[in-house]
Design a binder for this molecule. Structure first.
Ligand SMILES: Nc1ncnc2c1ncn2[C@@H]1O[C@H](COP(=O)(O)OP(=O)(O)OP(=O)(O)O)[C@@H](O)[C@H]1O
Ligand SMILES: O=P(O)(O)OC[C@H]1O[C@H](OP(=O)(O)OP(=O)(O)O)[C@H](O)[C@@H]1O
Ligand SMILES: [Mg+2]
Length: 294
């Protein structure tokens, strides 16, 4: 096999754009064109394999790709349904494409909670995860497997409830359904097999993972600058999320005010700014951080 690191990515769909954006923020230069199934990264020995998301775990497990980006839901489903043990595991959580795999039913139907599921039919595209949940909870129900549009199942009379992905809840609402139990929480994950990589690929993967880590951290991290009364510095510092040692600088021409600057590793909400202001902080600036490496 070549010494270029091969990354399997979803070609088109809910994961695709965020996966491409993440790699671009890590400094990879590539262009995704119409029908291409393989994209070469111009400035690093990396190839991108562009495929359906369902194929990503098995491609990684079978050495068609070194790593992949896929929804945790798809990985777990493949782990539970593949004939042999799937040689693909999570190396890193990526924090985007967050969704839940939930059980849902119509408000007016006979299924309102988990205890009503015995003897009913549940429509799903996740027979592996749902089957495992039912076995673990000793529930006997019939699975109706569908390839998509699962939310339609109750209204067309082929199931009393469904088990499908929920994010905003808009699709459930549009179909008159309400979720009553989450059985899996999911986000995009970086996956890898247990096979050893060549030294060159391992070093490249290490570098890529450090950059991904930096991109994820910097997305949440902010730099805050403000002027504060000297006697309120301690109270103000305690309000700053995820910041332990701010820089304090004297302000020219002022004995009672100082400038305070700090890196906050968590999001700063409007409420925090209002609380800072109430403590006497002024000229508050919150700035994004483009890159970070610790
Ligand atoms: N509404 C949603 N909000 C956020 N993430 C979602 C949502 N729906 C799905 N996802 C995540 O994105 C992944 C891909 O979803 P998508 O709908 O693009 O899959 P697909 O139709 O199976 O695509 P493919 O054509 O690649 O097989 C899902 O497996 C899940 O992890
Ligand atoms: O809670 P919501 O924000 O409404 O999202 C949930 C919907 O999103 C996904 O489908 P998608 O729109 O990707 O369509 P598909 O299943 O046909 O690919 C999922 O299968 C749900 O139907
Ligand atoms: Mg798919």
């Amino acid at each position: 096999m070549t010494d270029r690191l091969r990354i399997a990515l979803q070609k088109k769909g809910r994961l695709a754009d965020d996966s491409f954006a993440l790699l671009k923020k890590c400094g990879l230069r590539f262009a995704i064109r119409g029908g291409g199934l393989l994209a070469r990264v111009k400035n690093m020995p990396i190839d991108l394999l562009l495929v359906r998301d369902d194929d990503i775990p098995s491609f990684v497990a079978n050495d068609a790709a070194d790593i992949g980006i896929v929804g945790e839901n798809v990985l777990v489903e493949e782990q539970l349904t593949s004939q042999d043990e799937l040689n693909a595991n999570i190396t890193m959580r990526l924090g985007f494409s967050r969704c839940k795999l939930s059980l849902a039913a119509a408000d007016t139907g006979k299924v309102q909670s988990v205890t009503d599921l015995n003897g009913t039919r549940i429509a799903t595209t996740y027979p592996g995860v749902l089957g495992q949940y039912l076995r673990d909870n000793n529930i006997k129900a019939k699975l109706v497997e569908m390839k998509g549009a699962v939310e339609l199942a109750p209204s067309i009379g082929i199931a009393e409830s469904i088990c499908d992905l929920v994010s905003s809840g808009a699709t459930l609402e549009a179909n008159g359904l309400t979720a009553f139990k989450t059985i899996l929480e999911s986000e995009a994950v970086l996956i890898q097999s247990g096979r050893e990589l060549s030294a060159a690929k391992a070093a490249l993967l290490d570098k890529l993972m450090r950059r991904i880590d930096g991109v994820i951290k910097s997305a949440e991290t902010k730099y805050i600058m403000l002027n504060a009364p000297k006697d309120k510095v301690k109270a103000i510092t305690e309000l700053l999320p995820g910041s332990d040692s701010p820089t304090i600088i004297p302000l020219a021409g002022s004995d009672d005010l100082v400038a305070l600057q700090a890196v906050c590793t968590e999001n700063i909400f409007w409420e925090t700014l209002e609380d800072l202001k109430a403590l006497g902080a002024r000229a508050i600036l919150v700035l994004p951080i483009e890159k970070m490496m610790s």
